[in-house]
Design a binder for this molecule. Structure first.
Ligand SMILES: C[S@@+](CC[C@H](N)C(=O)[O-])C[C@H]1O[C@@H](n2cnc3c(N)ncnc32)[C@H](O)[C@@H]1O
Length: 232
């Protein structure tokens, strides 16, 4: 599959689930994704007035939490229906210091050294070239700027990994079927995770392209993970 086909496939997948995305997120993670995103916000240590970019912002869940920390936030996503949900959520806030932008994570429409913080939650796994995406992050971060990536992980324990993959393979498509009539949209999580380099591989790319202070935080036996890194 070339890049164009990959982008079209991912875009149409998110178009088909946008309206129910937040609901299914809560169900499939038993609400825990809220805690993990809150953890990202805490790790971000944002100072008032800093510039933050949330790549693959989707329905704006994480961007919204960053806005509440008084940062100037840009949420970027390529999918219009997901951004429309985000727009709706942000418009409910009284003071809004956030912009939403429809663009490709692999070609960020920003100048070099624009942001103090970049976050990516459940987004990197979806892009067609992880290294190109991370090089773009490196470019738009200011020197000393921080990167935080939250995504599904690969547990190092063989038994836990098997059980986890079974959950992703058998249970998630059922949620997709029940709540949006799209079992394949949720079967995609396991497919993309198998390809995703996760804890070790993402750290290797970050180090290879010149990020500093790379750290992996495993959550629930490594079923989820957070990468943190800094631009030199
Ligand atoms: C699983 S959702 C994550 C949404 C949100 N960050 C969250 O944590 O709930 C992945 C998002 O990545 C977006 N996405 C995938 N590939 C992208 C790309 N190349 N450029 C921009 N957005 C992309 C999709 O449109 C989708 O909204």
């Amino acid at each position: 599959m070339n890049n164009k086909e990959h982008v079209e496939k991912v875009d149409s997948l998110f178009t088909s689930i946008a309206a129910r995305y937040d609901l299914i997120n809560d169900i499939q993670s038993f609400g825990l994704h809220r805690l993990w995103k809150q953890r990202i916000v805490k790790m971000a240590s944002l100072i008032e007035g800093e510039d933050a970019l949330d790549i693959c912002c989707g329905t704006g869940d994480l961007a919204l939490r960053l806005v509440k920390r008084n940062a100037r936030v840009v949420g970027l996503d390529m999918n219009r229906p997901m951004l429309n949900v985000a727009l709706n959520q942000l418009s409910r806030l009284e003071s809004i210091s956030a912009n939403l932008l429809q663009a490709d994570a692999l070609a960020l429409p920003f100048n070099t050294s624009s942001f103090d913080l970049v976050t990516i939650a459940y987004g990197l796994r979806n892009v067609s070239d992880y290294q190109v995406g991370l090089l773009e992050v490196l470019r738009v971060l200011k020197p000393g700027g921080r990167l935080l990536i939250l995504d599904f992980g690969k547990p190092s324990n063989w038994v836990i990994r098997k059980l986890y993959y079974l959950y992703l393979k058998l249970v998630l498509p059922v949620f997709g079927l029940i709540f949006c009539g799209k079992p394949n949209a949720y079967a995609y999580i396991l497919k993309s995770l198998r390809k995703y380099p996760a804890q070790e591989g993402v750290s290797t790319i970050l180090s290879k392209i010149g990020f500093n202070k790379i750290k992996v935080t495993n959550i629930i036996f490594g079923t989820m993970s957070i990468h943190s890194a800094q631009k030199k």
